[in-house]
Design a protein around this ligand. Structure first.
Ligand code: DC
Length: 222
């Protein structure tokens, strides 16, 4: 069983996916980290990020490994962990260019489809392109201002600068970031993190999730 959680940048996808995965007792898979890691490797090698074939050759020569855990994903290049370097402003600025390259998308999709289910998959096109037969699909939105306020604690820039960058990124990501027709769309603006997680758990198909609580913890029924 695969649950997909897609949505716009800074809509809370990672925290929500991690919470849903923990409640279900399965890993979550952050597809955005693979795009970010591809961008970091390209920047470090001073490659032209528009040059799909150059980037792909470089990626294949420096195999990246995604470690999907319920609590948070990690990315490795051999023995080197890249995770802590993937949310910098320069990676933010370059990742939309890299994610628009069909060759890179194919490389990411192949890695994701090779992962053993069950899991919660988080990204932009999990429910549309990568896992169209997922058992349950969700799409998270929130206004640019609310998303910028949330992200301000993680970035050195002020809220207006973050908001402007998010609006630019929304436009660049629009093609690959449309909700699946069968996705439940959730506006996270008025909800707390736990509120979004509970909304998703309540929407899961019968049999996937038990309301039964055991010593305060919900019981996954995968
Ligand atoms: O979710 P995120 O902000 O970490 O994603 C980083 C970038 O990768 C973002 O510009 C959109 C892109 N992305 C994508 O195109 N498809 C995905 N499945 C996941 C992320």
């Amino acid at each position: 069983m695969i649950v997909t959680i897609d949505g716009v940048a800074a809509s809370g996808k990672s925290s929500v996916s991690s919470g849903v995965a923990r409640a279900l007792g399965v890993p979550y898979v952050s597809s955005g980290l693979l795009y970010r890691a591809a961008t970091l490797l390209g920047l470090e090698a001073a490659l032209d990020l528009h040059d799909a074939s150059g980037l792909l050759v470089h990626l294949l020569a420096h195999s990246l490994r995604l470690e999907p855990l319920a609590g948070g994903n990690r990315i490795w290049q051999g023995e080197r962990e890249l995770t802590g370097e993937l949310h910098s402003t320069r990676v933010d600025a370059g990742v939309s260019v890299v994610a628009a390259l069909p060759e890179v998308r194919g490389w990411v999709d192949a890695q994701l489809r090779a992962l053993p289910s069950p899991f919660v998959a988080e990204g932009r096109d999990m429910g549309t392109n990568v896992f169209p037969h997922a058992g349950a699909k969700f799409y998270l939105t929130a206004s640019p201002h609310i998303r910028a306020q949330r992200r301000a604690s993680e970035r050195p820039e002020d809220v207006p600068a973050i908001e402007a960058a998010l609006v630019r990124r929304d436009a660049l990501d629009r093609v690959q970031s449309a909700p699946a027709p069968d996705a439940v769309v959730i506006d996270t603006g008025p909800l707390t993190l736990d509120g979004v997680i509970q909304t998703i758990l309540a929407e899961l198909p019968e049999g996937l999730w038990s309301e039964k609580q055991v010593s305060g913890r919900a019981t996954p029924v995968y």
